[in-house]
Structure formats: structure tokens, C-alpha cells
Ligand binder design. Sequence first.
Ligand SMILES: *[C@@H]1O[C@H](CO)[C@@H](O)[C@H](O)[C@H]1NC(C)=O
Ligand SMILES: *[C@@H]1O[C@H](CO)[C@@H](O)[C@H](O)[C@H]1NC(C)=O
Length: 186
Amino acid sequence: MHPPAAISLLFLLLLTITTTTNGHNITRILQKNPEFSTFNHYLTLTHLAGEINRRQTITVCAVDNAAMSDLTAKGLSLETIKNVLSLHVFADYYGAKKLHEITKGSTSTATMYQATGEAPGTTGFVHITDAKGGKVRFTPEDNPSQTDVVFVKSVLEMPYNISVIQISQVIQIGIEKRSNTNMFIV
Ligand SMILES: *[C@@H]1O[C@H](CO)[C@@H](O)[C@H](O)[C@H]1NC(C)=O
Ligand SMILES: *[C@@H]1O[C@H](CO)[C@@H](O)[C@H](O)[C@H]1NC(C)=O
């Protein structure tokens, strides 16, 4: 085999590996839904997309462009936006069915924000409540006053690798009691 041929074969092999080891590609999944284009854009900008693709069991809570504008209009740093968005990635699989069948009606889930080790206290956890009338509510653990985040619809389910759901609003990181952090209310 000619060396150039060997090199291009190796290149092809590498390309195949990089595109097949990840069972899912969040960028591609969200591209099919233009209403999530801002959310998708920020997953790429913050490099969260790559982290999501590397995870095996995950739930991504997407918000539409209108809900994202609440977040992006604040002039926040990209790092803060990354922290907020990583709160929207759960380290567990929640499809629509599981969300509506939560044992005892309520559970706490760890997020990718918690996994970064940068989340102080319980800020990296989100409470999921199966509320009355079939509503499912998402409440940041340290910010129980935020009650406007509800499940809208399932976008994609690949049990039990990745579930992408739409939620109504951005989940806010609560104001920490201490003032020397970059915590805020969106
Ligand atoms: C994921 O999909 C996007 C858009 O199609 C593409 O640009 C990117 O290279 C893909 N990533 C991987 C790891 O395949
Ligand atoms: C989930 O991931 C595993 C391991 O990567 C893979 O074998 C399986 O086909 C995936 N399931 C789906 C529904 O894609």
C-alpha cells in the first residue's frame, strides 16, 4: 500500500470512530427543531454539546428561542451562561413516561452543573415534581420560589441513552446568601 493511501485509510478510520462512538449528537438532534436554535447555538459556544455527546445516560432540557432570550439579554458572561445551561442537563434518563410516573410524586436529580464541582451547596440539583393535572414541574433545589418551569413536550427519546425534552422556561440559579459569588437570578 502506498503511504498516502495508508494515511487516507487511517484518516477514514479515525473519522468513522469519532462519528460512531457517540451514540448521539445533540447538535444534530436539535438542528431538526428551529425553535431551539438559540439553545443549540449556546450548547456549541459553551462546549457543553461535546460533553453531552460523551455521556451515556442523560436528559437535556431544551428551551425555545423566546425563553432563551430571557437569558441572553442579560449580558451575562459565557461562563455564567454555561453554568445555567449545565443545570439543564440531567445525569439520568427521564423520558415523558418516567416524568409522569415519579415515585411519591417528587424526586431530586443531579445535573451537569453539579458534576462540574463549581456548584455551591445544592445549586446543582433540580427537583422534579409530578404535579396535579398531569403537569411536571422543575424547580432548582436552592431556588424553590421558581415555579414556572414545566414540561412541554418530548423532543427525542433514545432509551436509555438520551432524552431531549422541552421545558417552558430557563431554570434559574438562585441567589446565594453569600455575595462574593457570581450567583444571580436570571
Ligand atoms: C454533530 O453534528 C454537527 C451538525 O451536523 C456536526 O457539525 C458535528 O461534527 C457532529 N459531531 C460529531 C461528534 O459527530
Ligand atoms: C445506547 O447506547 C448503546 C451504547 O453506546 C448502544 O449500543 C445503543 O444502541 C444505544 N441505544 C440507542 C437507542 O441508540
